[in-house]
Design a protein around this ligand. Sequence first.
Ligand SMILES: Nc1ncnc2c1ncn2[C@@H]1O[C@H](COP(=O)(O)OP(=O)(O)O)[C@@H](O)[C@H]1O
Ligand SMILES: [Mg+2]
Length: 366
Amino acid sequence: MSKVVLKNLMKQYDSTVVVREMSLEIGDGEFLALLGPSGCGKTTTLRMIAGFVEASAGRILFGEEDVTDLPPNKRNTGMVFQGFALFPHMTVAQNVAYGLEMRRIARPEIKTRVAKVLDLVQLGRFSDRFPRQLSGGQQQRVALARALVINPHVLLLDEPLSALDAKLRHDVRLQIRQLQQSLGLTTVFVTHDQEEALSLADRLVVMNAGAIEQIGSPADLYERPATPFVADFIGKTNFFSGDLNGNRFVLEGGDQSFKVCSQVSNAKLLGIRPEKIMLSSSDQPGSSRESDNEMTGVVELVSYLGPSTEFRIRLAKDRHMLVQQSNRDAAQCVHVGQQVKLSIPSESCLLFDADERARELVRAKA
Ligand SMILES: Nc1ncnc2c1ncn2[C@@H]1O[C@H](COP(=O)(O)OP(=O)(O)O)[C@@H](O)[C@H]1O
Ligand SMILES: [Mg+2]
């Protein structure tokens, strides 16, 4: 177990930089998720930590030890790869023992350690089976056992759940979290799945095009996204361009403004989460208490999602707002074509500086 420190870590292939100036400290026993769209450099970062990919610049420390120039087998990391291929011709026990044999551990010790780790992942009874005789979830646990058996300083997981179906993914996710906590293992978990990252990690690192966009707790990132990219990648966000004037954000065109309370001077972009908006039928008198921001719109689309319903509402000037309402008190009878009232508290109005990427985001959504 140890903390992991990345200092200005960088990777380039020929002239293309795929991971840029990455600096990060992962606490001892912390579960950190690297989250970002496909191709943003997650796997490359993880493989640099493991030693399978050589860093072009920067340093990697495990505790106080600089491991940047050590080969993978000297770093003592346990890794589960995307797809977690097991050796098909070896039994479960042989698959798990492999890493220990490579390290020339004595037979009797191998036997004890393999048995112990298979119990840990609840596969003790399956040690003599071959991978093809196991379900996807069980195979995934063998891959995990194989990574854990070497008592790694750091556990590295690269989209370990991507081959499993949704229900199983949820179960195995909980098992990994419990195991990681009970062993106090420093863990880096790579995923492009925001729900997975939010539910598992102590802290999240959102990556975009090889760079860190934001680091924080799941709630930090969701409630206080630092950039439009984060607001758009984690959860959904309605974006509107405009200008800040005192405590009001005036939309482009000048016909509508929102009371806001966030302190971003020079904000050019307003973001509103769909579930922070209260929806009521406009003919219901006094249906909601006075809110900071109220407006009417017409329902264009209704998508029933089980626990919640999503509505696409057309506002004045052909602007659109996505609204999500919980179905706690049974689905609301809101139908397409109906006029509705939207209420938005000022503390739910997120403000951003707008760079070129943010403008692109707004254009793409218009
Ligand atoms: N061996 C390689 N040679 C050249 N380019 C690579 C190599 N490995 C990865 N890349 C590129 O680096 C970028 C990041 O890849 P990767 O780390 O696998 O992303 P992610 O895991 O976030 O999907 C991609 O654009 C990918 O094409
Ligand atoms: Mg990857």
